[in-house]
Ligand binder design. Structure first.
Ligand SMILES: NC(=O)c1ccc[n+]([C@@H]2O[C@H](COP(=O)([O-])OP(=O)(O)OC[C@H]3O[C@@H](n4cnc5c(N)ncnc54)[C@H](O)[C@@H]3O)[C@@H](O)[C@H]2O)c1
Length: 273
């Protein structure tokens, strides 16, 4: 039985915890949850049967007997807790992947994981195509671009929009609000372009992966289009995601991808690259 701890009891955490509770994932048990907002962990714990232990703080969570801790909280949580989790001899699953592209965090966590003989799992998240990009990267990739198109309320609060004083609330047509490398995009849109971070780690890296962000008032899904060229040929992959009901920034598929990753860890069968 894989013993799981969860940081972040919001949209993704809730879908994930309920799937574990409803036995969608076999051989997995949610033993403990932690959220900086205590009400969120209480609320989630009450929905579940059996009820997981509610850790009052991160250190208490860290001292539970757990095999893996899933971060479904924020980039800050990855930065604050990532290394400590691995050093406490627990595996780590990361949803706020954008954090890994900043201040050499990916490299630091990888080094710690090697030293501590633990693993770091990064689900493919809310996009299709990561399996092909991983394989294609081996043969040489020339170009990888991701265009993320969201309804304006899905981009609300992004630091880039505030910084540049861009108002997208009253737009009537699609607007290209940002174009740049993944390394910069994850800082400017921390809650919106985690998929760009996953893509860059799987493919050509944070500087060569190009990101475009479009605010589109005419859509009600979060859309990601990945285009890649290389020695393998060409790839174009579009995902049109329904948002989670209580968080328009997050796609439901991201939570489903986390559930599948957990299942893969606990299972003897491995499908896909
Ligand atoms: N990899 C992907 O494809 C993908 C897709 C969507 C969202 N995400 C990311 O996953 C994370 C969770 O998404 P969500 O939609 O569930 O968010 P959410 O806002 O619905 O829930 C996040 C929860 O984490 C808690 N939290 C935040 N910082 C914390 C900290 N330092 N310590 C403890 N708890 C903390 C919050 O109180 C909140 O309850 C976000 O960072 C989001 O950007 C990743």
């Amino acid at each position: 039985m894989l013993r799981v701890g969860l940081i972040g009891c919001g949209s993704i955490g809730t879908v994930l915890a309920r799937a574990i509770g409803e036995d969608v994932v076999k051989r997995v048990r949610l033993d403990a949850v932690y959220d900086i907002d205590h009400e969120k962990s209480e609320e989630l714990s009450q929905m579940l049967h059996p009820r997981p232990f509610i850790a009052p703080d991160f250190n208490t969570l860290l001292h539970q007997s757990l095999d893996i801790i899933i971060e479904a909280a924020s980039q800050e949580a990855v930065t604050l807790y990532g290394e400590a989790i691995l050093k406490a001899q627990k595996d780590l699953m990361i949803m706020s992947v954008g954090a890994l592209l900043q201040n050499g965090l990916l490299e630091r966590l990888e080094e710690t994981a090697v030293k501590c003989r633990r693993r770091i799992y990064i689900p493919s998240g809310a996009v299709a195509g990561i399996d092909a990009i991983k394989a294609a990267a081996l043969g040489g990739l020339e170009e990888v671009t991701i265009t993320t198109r969201k309804p304006p309320n899905g981009l609300k609060g992004a630091p880039f929009l505030k910084e540049k004083n861009i108002d997208i609330e009253n737009i009537t047509e699609p607007v290209l609000v940002y174009e740049g490398p993944a390394e910069e995009a994850v800082r400017l849109f921390p809650a919106n372009v985690n998929v760009a971070a996953v893509l860059s780690i799987a493919g050509v890296g944070k500087r060569k992966t190009k990101v475009r962000v479009i605010a589109d008032p005419g859509i009600d899904t979060n859309q990601h289009e990945i285009k890649a060229k290389g020695n393998f040929g060409e790839l174009c992959c579009v995902t049109k995601n329904f948002p989670c009901p209580d968080n328009p920034k997050t796609s439901y598929l991201a939570a489903l991808a986390a559930i599948r990753t957990l299942e893969r860890i606990a299972s003897v069968l491995r499908i896909g690259t």
